[in-house]
Each structure stands twice: as C-alpha cells, then as structure tokens.
Design a protein around this ligand. Structure first.
Ligand SMILES: Cc1cc2nc3c(=O)[nH]c(=O)nc-3n(C[C@H](O)[C@H](O)[C@H](O)COP(=O)(O)OP(=O)(O)OC[C@H]3O[C@@H](n4cnc5c(N)ncnc54)[C@H](O)[C@@H]3O)c2cc1C
Ligand SMILES: NC(=O)c1ccc[n+]([C@@H]2O[C@H](COP(=O)([O-])OP(=O)(O)OC[C@H]3O[C@@H](n4cnc5c(N)ncnc54)[C@H](O)[C@@H]3O)[C@@H](O)[C@H]2O)c1
Length: 465
C-alpha cells in the first residue's frame, strides 16, 4: 500500500494546488477523466465554463443580424458551419487538457497520477480503480475536489432514449433542426441562446413559472418575457414520459392546458448537478455530508476528518469556477501553513449567466432582503436611458441596486443586458471594500458616454441622503 504526504482527488481546481512549494512533498493525484474523452483538468476547462463561453461568443456574432434593422443596417447570417465551430473550440481546449496531464505525469517527479476512480474504503484510505486493476493508497492529508455531475430526472422512458447533458451536447456531429431543453436554470438559458442563435428551433421546458427563478425577481421576470419571445417556452410543466422513434424524441408534458407533446431531434437535460460524494464513498472515509450530498466543510475548507479538506462543487453551495478557485487557494495556504490557517471569503459571490441577454448578479436579491427582514432601498436604471443604450437601441436591459439606507453601502446588484458580467465588476469591488454608493458615484470620473454610466446612474438613483 503506497503512502503519500498528500492525495488530491480531482483535477479541476484541485490541480491548481500544487506549485513549487510542494516540490518536496510526495503527492498523488487521482483523476477518473471527464467528458466523452475522459479528459484531464475538470469540468470548467473540458465541459463547462470555457467551451460554453466560446460557443456563446460565436452565438452572439451569429445573432448580430437581429439587431441590425433597428440601427438601419441590413445584415444576414449566411451560414453556420457547425463542425468548424465545434472543432475550432475543442481544437483549442483538448490540447490544453492534454498538456496539463502531460505536465503532471511527465514533468513532476514528486507527483504520481492515478488515472482511475477513487473510492474511500476507510479514513484517509482510498481504493483507486484504473484500467489495470485496483490499488489502495493512503496519505497524511487528502484534498477532495471531485466536483459534481449532471442530474438525470426520473422521467418514464428516459433511460431508453438517447439524450444529452452539458457533457456531450457541445460535441454533436450535426446541428439538429429542433432541440428540447429540460431545465430553465443557467445551463438551459445558456444553451437555448447558443443553439437558437445558430438556427436551431429551441423548446425550453421548466417546472416553475419563471426562467432563472433564483435571480432577483425583476430580472427573472423580464428575462422570462424575453425568453418567451425567443424560444418556444413551456413553463409550469411536468414531464410524464419520453419516447423516440424515426429519429424524433417525443417528450410528453403535463401543464396548465393539460397534456401536450414536444417533438425534437435532440433532447438536452439541464436540470441541475449533484455532487460526486456518493461515487467517492465519502461516508466510508468518515466525511460528513449535507442533505444534498455536499461534503461539509468549515470556514477553512476543512472536513469532519482531521487532515482532509474539500473544495469546489463537491462541498460548496456556489457551483462556480471562481469560487472553486478561491477555495483552492485557501486549501493551498492551509496545507502549507497549518499553524496559521486562513478562512474562505464567501460574503459577496457574484455570478453571470451568459445567455441572450446576459445577466450578472452579486449579493442580495430583493426577495432575499424581504425574506430576511433586511432594510433596503432600491433603484433601477434602464440601458435605454443612458447614452450608450441609445447607441445600441437597447430596450430591455437594466441595472437594479439594493442598498442599506443607514450606511449607503450596497447590499445587492443585478444587471441584465449587454456586457452585464463586465459592468458589474466595480459593484463587486465596492461591496468587498465597503465603498458606499454616494462616494462610488461621485468620488470618481465615469467615462462618457460609455456603458458604465449605467452603473453610475443606478447609484445616483438610490434614494439615499
Ligand atoms: C455547462 C457548464 C457551464 C459552466 N459555466 C460556468 C461559468 O461560466 N462560470 C463559472 O464560474 N462556472 C461555470 N460552471 C461551473 C464550473 O464549471 C464548476 O463550478 C467548476 O468547474 C467546479 O470545479 P471543481 O474543481 O469543484 O470540480 P470539477 O472541475 O468538476 O473537477 C472534479 C474532477 O474530479 C474528477 N472526479 C470525480 N469523482 C472522482 C473520483 N471518484 N475519482 C477520481 N476523480 C474523480 C472528475 O472527473 C473531475 O475532473 C459551469 C458548469 C457547467 C456544467
Ligand atoms: N455561467 C455560469 O456561471 C454557469 C453556467 C452553467 C452552469 N453553472 C453552474 O452549474 C450549475 C448547474 O446548472 P443547471 O442549469 O443544470 O442547474 P440550475 O440549478 O441552475 O437549474 C436547473 C433547473 O432545472 C429545474 N428542474 C429540475 N428538475 C426538472 C425537471 N424534471 N424538468 C424541468 N426542470 C427541472 C430546476 O428547478 C432548476 O430551475 C448551476 O447552478 C451553476 O452553479 C454556472
């Protein structure tokens, strides 16, 4: 049985822990491989943030003709060369993943890479199953960074029908004529934008009455209206069955108007993700988990077992790469400085949805503030009422802020519209560094007539003394 100073399970953010400060540690990395090609490097690089946003950018270009007429410009989308798009994106990503693997396997003499699935068989004892058999390894310290996977809902007939998740949909050989997407969260909203912009007829199916329902109520409400104009939107629906014949999938739904059937060549399931703690045998390793299967950690990312840390999607309620990376830096510090550990900072975690339009958000939503009895004032600013919004003829985008009436500090910021994930960054900064809204608005220049004037005006609109 091989014993190590440190075992890291998962090569998403977990892979970033090792740098030259660990050169005299005897380390094992365990990675089962992700996505259809069993790649190294985790979700974000191979099947998540990076390829999706490369598709989103292409989709944004492909949908540009839609905004031409209102500006007096006639544009036409001539063709969509799907295989060229796909192969450009993965032609860039696949070699990066392969290079990351090669670096660890060939250039790190102190690191042993086990290419197989790890499963705890006891406290700090892991059985690793590879193609050549099973081996048990132990270590003084473990980092569990094994992420999550798409959930597949229990719909009668789904087992017997070909369907896709975010792991496979980006590698289709052909664009279908029609695509049905189950789930109106991040992944549903992003892929609906990508595929419809490339000419696919999209039906988006949700259980609740709102798209992106965990966003601020006004954002979700306005986005739902836009989604209904762009896609065949079926809300308040339950799936009662699914079957496939003649190359067509038929999804049976139950909704406000009774039973109905959606037909599509391709079905994409985007109904959330579950942590891989079950596959990892977390309980055998003595690791306490929450009701939804996340590994419990304290503020220092330490689990219930001394010397075992967890980070990223397997333990965090924020399934976001920037959070996994932050937690990775915390765990790295705590491995290197056990006498002076640091805490993770989850106070103001932002996120963005790269759909059409884009959305970005940080801090409290209005419904959060109300639910927790937090006093707030709020203000909105439409893109349509700033100079750059006139240039774009934008009619749907806006920023909404919530602030503490006593201190003037921001409690939450929500933006929907062009470049929302970029525009929100100064608001994230203000929240982190405790800058009040008035000082932020009037204590600096705002370039005229640039898009951040949206943020300046939203700040000035707040009813503060
Ligand atoms: C389609 C999609 C788009 C996304 N877009 C964004 C975005 O734009 N911005 C953003 O911030 N976040 C985005 N995310 C979320 C982001 O990808 C994740 O939050 C992040 O990648 C989590 O990193 P991680 O290190 O925790 O886990 P992962 O990157 O999932 O790494 C876990 C690794 O562990 C391996 N593993 C699992 N179990 C075992 C085992 N038992 N033995 C060995 N190895 C194992 C897996 O193969 C995997 O490689 C997106 C996610 C998806 C699915
Ligand atoms: N831009 C980003 O940062 C980004 C992009 C993609 C994914 N992600 C991360 O990945 C996570 C997973 O994304 P996701 O979109 O799968 O999950 P999600 O939780 O955002 O949305 C899933 C949706 O599916 C619904 N749902 C569940 N069962 C259903 C069913 N049977 N039929 C119809 N709808 C059903 C849920 O109610 C929910 O609204 C996100 O929460 C996010 O943290 C982030």
């Amino acid at each position: 049985m091989q014993h190590f100073d440190l075992v890291i399970i998962g090569t998403g953010s977990g892979n970033g822990i090792l740098d030259e400060r660990f050169d005299d540690w005897n380390v094992a990395i365990v990675e089962k491989g992700i996505g259809p090609n069993g790649a190294y490097g985790g979700t974000c690089l191979n099947v998540g943030c990076i390829p999706t946003k490369m598709f989103v950018h292409t989709a944004d270009i492909a949908s540009a003709p839609d905004s031409g007429p209102k500006l007096g410009v006639g544009l036409e989308l001539q063709d969509v060369r799907w295989r060229e798009i796909r192969d450009r994106i993965f032609g860039r990503i696949d070699p990066i993943a392969a290079g990351g693997r090669r670096y660890r396997v060939e250039d790190n003499p102190n690191v042993t890479v086990y290419e197989g699935t790890g499963r705890f068989t006891g406290v700090k004892e892991l059985a690793v199953t590879t193609t050549s058999g099973s081996e048990t390894i132990t270590a003084d310290r473990f980092v569990v960074a094994a992420g999550g996977r798409p959930t597949i809902p229990d719909v009668p007939g789904l087992d017997a029908v070909d369907h896709h998740t975010s792991d496979t949909i980006m590698r289709l050989d052909e664009l279908p004529r029609r695509m049905a997407i189950m789930g109106t969260g991040f992944i549903g909203a992003e892929f609906a934008h990508v595929f419809s912009s490339l000419g696919v007829e999209v039906t988006l199916i949700g259980r609740s009455g709102q798209v992106l329902r965990s966003e601020d109520i006004d954002i979700s409400h306005r986005f739902t209206g836009i989604a209904a104009d762009r896609w065949d939107l079926r809300l308040n629906r339950g799936e009662t069955g699914v079957e496939r014949s003649g190359g067509i999938t038929r999804l049976h739904l139950d909704g406000p108007a009774g039973a109905e059937v959606v037909e599509a060549e391709v079905l994409l399931i985007a109904t959330g993700r579950i942590p891989n703690s079950d596959l990892l045998g977390a309980a055998n390793g003595g690791l306490t988990t929450t009701e939804d299967g996340k590994i419990k950690v304290d503020a220092m990312q330490h689990t219930s077992i001394e010397g075992v840390w967890a980070l990223g999607d397997i333990s965090s309620k924020h399934e976001l790469k920037h959070v996994a990376n932050h937690e990775e830096r915390v765990v790295q510090h705590n491995l290197l400085h056990p006498g002076a550990p640091m805490e993770a900072d989850h106070r103001f975690v932002p996120h963005a949805v790269f759909s059409g339009p884009q959305i970005a958000s940080v801090g409290l939503t209005e419904q959060d503030a109300q639910a927790h009895g937090i006093r707030y004032v709020t203000a909105t600013q439409e893109y349509a009422d700033i100079a750059y919004g006139w240039a774009m003829e934008d009619t749907t985008g806006f920023a909404k802020l919530l602030a503490d009436p006593a201190t003037g500090r921001l409690l939450g910021a929500h933006i929907m519209g062009p470049q929302a994930p970029t525009l929100i960054q100064p608001l994230i900064q203000a929240m982190h560094f405790g800058l009040d809204a008035r000082s932020m608005a009037r204590g600096q220049y705002w370039i005229h007539p640039a898009m951040p004037e949206l943020v300046e005006n939203a700040l000035l609109n707040l009813p503060l003394d």
